[in-house]
Design a protein around this ligand. Structure first.
Ligand code: MGD
Ligand code: MGD
Ligand code: SF4
Ligand code: MO
Length: 779
């Protein structure tokens, strides 16, 4: 196989060091972007990190987190040997003792055997966080290595990527679609590519997030070539404030209404693509009727976006050729998010911008490196699979997600129904901080009674300190072999190679742990058949006709763009039967969803006011007059990670809340003051950033905070409950199909306080626990 790029894997230097070329993924945390990195290694030690200028997408550009890899790797707080602690001493930071891997694996064998005998394997619950490399291995860890059906991504309503990927599956019949930035070796210079005229960042800010496999750098490259950008965001961001770009500054959580308003303009001004609609869409008449329920005056009232701006943006989007919407996390973090996603994809479809050059492209389904994730399920018996927690109540969720239902999982832990969970494995999630859980204190209490809890991570964190008994230390992406798989295999537009450059202490990768645990505790799984993990890596490439190389060849190649074909729906490349069309029930793009109908959901997109706003809870409007959103990504941190790395922390030393100057003045708050943000569910303190880039009625809080420098032992747990936005977010505020949570839009209030420690006793007493019923209201 010829290399597409000229960069040697290893380049020896005159001073005795070697430059290793690799593609970054995780750990430390990152979505599957695979930026090109050069690691300078001398005497087995990382001495310097540079961007790889020959990488066709990142071209030498790196964020501070990769540049700080040396600090991250060698920080004395990093844990590089296995440790155990007596379960009686959970929460005691000084009770850990170092052990060997042999001892650690022997403990795992003993505990799993014991749990199996007493309760069955379903009593083991594996936790996994966001789409790091670990997310390609926590399914096999649960299903084939531990042989339990229970894998939990704990964010309420699976409110990240799950909803978007599911909507795409239901109505487009394809994996998660994304903006085309030229998936060829010569990228945007390839004659088959066409530059996107208008790109819409809808609840997505890729410059900081590089979300889910999309490179923020590509947007900058496109802007330099002339692409205009519309941002749909309650905050004016760097992108939205550039000359020629535009921002629609909406009320948090009202995205579906805005999308319906835009559809209204496009349909009623006859700006849609008649050819695509006529040949490839199902349900246009019904949609045309539905959008009339959303006149722009009403949409303005709901969304706070002036009607004229909606009209201007809609016309720009419809007339641009090509146009593409980048749909982000804000779509998911909303119980109305499935409908927002449906409406957004419908805009993309009726303007004829699906799978065209520079539009919203879907990957070729035959390029499926990563099949091991779904294949791992075959080692579970049907009897065990049927015990997956909570999915029987949520058929739409069960159709696309292989995990437990997160909110049902918490209920199961608390009630012991339909059965008791006795053992947990915390992999790549620090859910006691404001990350993968809402109502974190409930999760904490619910998991304290576990008979045994294992964690695999690189650093101690509040969740592991509070809950775990065994710590398995992990290697960084620079210290192990693996593939970078964008969009978690649903849309493999390119592949990156992670090749080990050096090692530190005695650590292992997620793959190595899956392999060793599987061989020991689940002999009927695939794991015993491999003598080492290289054999496994090779097997993944064998039999993939569009990936004709071995693992060793891939290490030399570095990265690879599989063949890219546009308009696959015309060529019979999307459907299992090889016929033209989309892989949906009707064979068309479903503006009207036949599946929603079958599940008892409205088949057309619609707007529903979020449960906790001044409109839907008007009786509380005075008490909580502001809309709080949260979690917009920053370049210094990946969720709760990196707080202990001094160079990164210096970029953002404290948890921050953004407040408009008018609002700040009203509350007597100045830039840099400590501010308490509170609502009926909880409270926390953040430091004020007074900025006109946020609307007067909205505030924005950072997420993921804890303080590695604080006391680690319980109950403090590194101060994890001091500035924790998810204490303000209820449990089980999901939409009709089981998805979404209000982390990006919930009513709240603020007051100035003296320090991060200040609490309002009366308010604080409400937590824990505040119990919420399945409609999201306090019991
Ligand atoms: N550096 C860094 N990168 C990351 C992560 C990280 O923690 N740090 N996390 C990764 C993960 S797991 C994810 S899911 C992605 C997410 O990455 P993105 O999809 O880019 O999402 P966010 O950065 O959370 O938010 C994007 C924008 O949505 C806006 N927003 C807030 N509320 C609303 C709303 O109601 N409607 C609309 N339209 N916009 C709203 C915010 O102001 C923000 O500017 O990032 C990934 N990348
Ligand atoms: N308020 C609010 N809350 C949010 C969000 C928001 O926007 N607002 N965003 C939400 C979203 S979208 C997400 S996805 C979640 C993310 O939530 P989580 O995925 O739980 O994020 P982290 O807290 O960073 O936890 C990751 C842990 O895994 C470890 N780790 C990193 N890489 C690896 C690896 O490859 N293998 C293993 N074994 N461990 C690894 C890290 O050291 C860290 O301790 O947070 C959610 N929480
Ligand atoms: S997005 Fe930033 S931190 Fe992540 S791999 Fe690329 S350079 Fe590294
Ligand atoms: Mo996420």
């Amino acid at each position: 196989m010829d290399k597409q790029f000229e960069h040697e894997w290893q380049t020896p230097q005159a001073d005795g060091s070697t430059i290793f070329r690799t593609c970054a993924w995780s750990p430390p945390g990152d979505h599957p972007v695979g930026c090109g990195v050069e690691l300078h290694v001398k005497d087995g030690k990382l001495i310097h990190v540079e961007g790889d200028e020959t990488h066709p997408i990142t071209q030498g550009r790196l964020c501070p987190r990769c540049l700080a890899l040396k600090d991250y790797t060698y920080d004395p707080k990093r844990i590089i040997y296995p440790m155990k602690r007596d379960p009686e001493k959970r929460g005691q930071a000084d009770a850990w003792e170092q052990i060997t891997w042999d001892e650690a694996f022997a403990i795992i064998e003993e505990k799993v055997g014991d749990i199996e005998k007493k309760y069955g394997r379903e009593a083991i619950l594996v936790f996994g966080g966001t789409g790091r490399e670990a997310c390609m291995f926590y399914y096999p860890l649960a299903f084939s290595s531990l042989n339990t059906p229970n894998l939990c991504y704990a964010q309420s309503g699976w409110a990240c990527y799950g909803p978007r990927a599911s909507v795409a599956d239901y109505i487009l019949g394809a994996g998660y679609p994304e903006l085309d930035t030229g998936y060829f070796p010569d990228r945007m210079d390839d004659p088959r590519y066409k530059l996107t005229e208008v790109a819409v960042c809808w609840g997505k800010m890729p410059l900081w997030s590089n979300g889910d496999g999309f490179f923020g750098h590509s947007l900058i490259d496109m802007m330099k070539r002339g692409t205009k950008i519309i941002c749909i965001d309650p905050r004016v961001t760097w992108l939205g404030s550039r000359k020629g770009n535009m921002t629609l500054q909406l009320k948090p959580g009202t995205d579906a209404a805005l999308a319906m308003g835009i559809l209204n303009v496009i349909i009623n001004e006859d700006l849609y693509d008649h050819d695509f609609v006529g040949n490839w869409c199902y349900g246009f008449e019904e949609l045309a009727e539905r959008v009339n329920e959303y006149p722009l005056e009403l949409v303005e009232k709901i969304t706070w976006v002036p009607a004229e701006d909606i009209r201007t943006a809609a016309r720009m989007m419809a007339k641009a050729n090509p146009m593409c919407i980048l749909w982000g996390l804000a779509i998911d973090q909303n119980k109305n998010g499935v409908q927002a996603g449906h409406a957004i994809l419908s805009i993309q479809a009726i303007t004829g911008n699906i799978d065209v050059p520079g539009g919203l492209t879907v990957g070729d389904p035959s390029v499926r490196l990563g099949r091991w994730v779904t294949d791992s399920r075959m080692y579970l018996s049907d009897e065990l699979w049927a015990k997956r927690i909570g999915v029987d109540k949520w058929p739409a969720f069960a159709a696309t997600m292989a995990s437990t239902h997160p909110d049902e999982t918490l209920e199961t832990l608390e009630t012991g129904q339909p059965y008791e969970v006795k053992m947990a494995w915390i992999n790549s999630s620090n859910f006691l901080s404001a990350t993968c859980a809402d109502q974190n204190q409930r999760w904490y209490k619910a998991l304290l009674p576990m008979e045994y809890t294992i964690a695999s991570d690189l650093y101690m964190n509040p969740t592991i300190e509070g809950l775990a008994d065994l710590f398995l230390p992990m290697s960084t992406f620079a210290e192990h072999d693996g593939f970078v798989i964008p969009y978690y295999m649903s849309n493999n537009v390119w592949l990156g190679c992670m090749a080990k450059a050096f090692s530190v202490g005695d650590t292992k990768s997620d793959l190595e742990i899956c392999w060793e645990v599987g061989r020991r505790v689940t002999p009927h799984s695939n794991w015993p058949k491999y003598n080492n993990t290289d054999e496994w890596l090779n097997e993944q490439l064998e039999g993939e006709p569009l990936l004709p190389f071995t693992w060793d060849e891939f290490k030399e190649m570095g990265m690879y763009f599989p063949p890219m074909t546009y308009k696959k729906y015309e060529k019979g490349m999307l459907r299992n039967d090889g016929q033209p069309g989309f892989n949906t029930v009707t064979g068309k793009f479903e503006l009207y969803s036949v599946l929603y109908d079958a599940w008892g959901e409205d088949p057309m997109p619609y707007y529903e006011e979020p449960t906790y706003t001044q409109v839907s809870k008007s009786e509380l409007a005075e008490e909580y007059p502001l809309m709080a959103t949260s979690g917009a990504r920053v370049s210094a941190f990946f969720h709760s990670e990196h707080r202990q790395i001094a160079k990164l922390r210096a970029l953002n030393p404290d948890p921050l809340v953004e407040i408009n100057p008018v609002t700040a003045q009203k509350y007597g708050i100045e830039d840099g003051d400590w501010v308490q943000v509170y609502n009926m569910f909880g409270q926390g303190n953040w430091r004020a950033v007074v900025t006109p880039t946020i609307d007067e009625r909205t505030i924005h809080c950072q997420h993921g905070w804890w303080f590695p420098e604080d006391e680690g032992s319980a109950p403090n747990l590194y101060g994890v409950f001091k500035a924790n936005f998810n204490l303000l977010v209820p449990h089980f505020n999901v939409g009709n199909l089981g998805f979404g949570c209000p982390a990006k839009g919930i009513m709240a209030n603020i007051r100035k306080v003296e320090s991060i420690e200040d609490r309002n006793e009366q308010n604080y007493k409400q937590i824990p626990p505040v119990l919420v019923d399945s409609h999201g209201w306090i019991k």
